[in-house]
Design a protein around this ligand. Structure first.
Ligand code: NDP
Length: 342
């Protein structure tokens, strides 16, 4: 068992990013974690999850969750090992999920921790396909998208942990699935490995036309992960009574892509009314009642190999800012993780 460390490392927000985050917006600090107080455990992080929502926390703009303060450890979920425990429910060596943030070690209240059984699936999948992103796909599709056999489902960021599961679940429902992804390699993966019916590269100049050709019967479910130019291409293709789980808008997280002439609010609302669209925003934890079904169905799919996933793992805490900045630009291929310890 690893000894209680005297020195640990964490990454804090050094400055609020203006547009795209830069290296100088992050700072590494060393600290001494100390010993757990009654009810606490000391954790050593094994994997850190990097997720698009973290960009929102770095900004001051009002959102569904509070902003990070400058100087605060960047938030995030980790898979960790208990190193020392002063809580009866946990012993050294236990594996847990925790909201410890970008840090090698953390003292945490035992109350918020979830134990992980490593026999079910590789532990890091608890941060991806079998964790928050996978659950987001599952619950958003089941509650809002509700694809029926023969309908057309479109999802962007299609090779990532949310989009890849949205498409695979919609295929199970008998839908025709079109993925949108950046570049030839991701498009090939989405079609060949994930079994989508078609893939469209959003970096092509003629993306809107390519999407129209890939959706000859229009779009019945558009699982919105990106916004921006993709949403503009999707909107005219929506069928009457289309459902749109509004999950993420990553094209605009850096606030650099908005321009005059984007789908204006009056045009959008005319379309919502005349086509009787269901457009519903959601945050994954709103839909907790789906959690058991998600773990059962997706867990079984992982075990029998019918659900596929990709991971993009970088090594060491220092790699986190670069990997995060790359994800916002689509440089990742699969769920973005940072491995901190074996
Ligand atoms: P991914 O791992 O798929 O990473 C983000 C991907 O977004 C990039 O790889 C890139 O893929 C794509 N992207 C970035 N910029 C653009 C752009 N301008 N146009 C089109 N695509 C772009 O992320 P996740 O699967 O973790 O998350 C997907 C979405 O779901 C995000 O918007 C996220 O915020 C949202 N989300 C929402 C939750 C909720 O509770 N509502 C919970 C979890 C995630 P590519 O190269 O293919 O373009």
């Amino acid at each position: 068992m690893p000894a209680t460390p005297t020195q640990a490392r964490r990454i804090v927000l050094a400055a609020r990013p203006q547009g795209e985050p830069r290296e100088t917006d992050f700072r590494i600090e060393t600290f001494t974690p100390g010993d757990p107080a009654p009810g606490q455990v000391l954790l050593e992080s094994l994997y850190l999850s990097l997720d698009p929502y973290m960009r929102g926390r770095m900004s001051e703009a009002k959102s569904y969750a509070p902003s990070l303060a400058v100087g605060q450890t960047i938030v995030g979920e980790v898979v960790a090992r208990v190193v020392a425990s002063a809580a009866s429910a946990f012993a050294p060596g236990d594996l847990v999920q925790a909201h410890a943030g970008w840090t090698t070690h953390a003292l945490m209240d035992a109350k918020g921790l979830v134990k992980i059984d490593p026999a079910i699936a590789p532990v890091e999948t608890r941060l991806g396909v079998l964790g928050m992103p996978g659950f987001t796909a599952y619950a958003g599709l089941r509650e809002i998208g509700r694809p029926r056999a023969g309908e057309t489902v479109v999802v962007a960021a299609a090779s990532g942990p949310v989009g890849s599961l949205v498409g695979q679940l919609a295929k199970r429902d008998g839908a025709r699935v079109v993925g949108i992804a950046g570049g030839a390699d991701k498009c090939a993966y989405v079609k060949k490995e994930l079994g989508f019916d078609a893939a469209v590269d959003h970096r092509r100049d003629d993306m809107a036309q390519a999407l129209a050709e890939a959706c000859p019967d229009g779009i019945d479910v558009y699982f919105e992960n990106v916004g921006g130019a993709v949403w503009e291409a999707v909107f005219p293709l929506l069928n009457t009574f289309a459902r749109i789980p509004v999950c993420g808008l990553i094209a605009d997280y850096n606030g650099t892509t908005s321009r005059p002439g984007d789908l204006t609010v009056p045009a959008l609302m005319r379309g919502v009314l005349s086509k009787r669209l269901t457009l519903r925003g959601f945050i994954n934890y709103d839909l907790d009642s789906y959690r058991e079904d998600f773990l059962r169905e997706v867990g079984a799919g992982l075990r029998d190999g019918t659900i596929r996933y990709a991971e993009d793992i970088s090594e060491g805490l220092d790699s986190a800012p670069g990997a995060f900045m790359g994800m916002l630009k689509g440089r990742n291929f699969g769920k973005v993780l940072v491995r901190l310890a074996k």
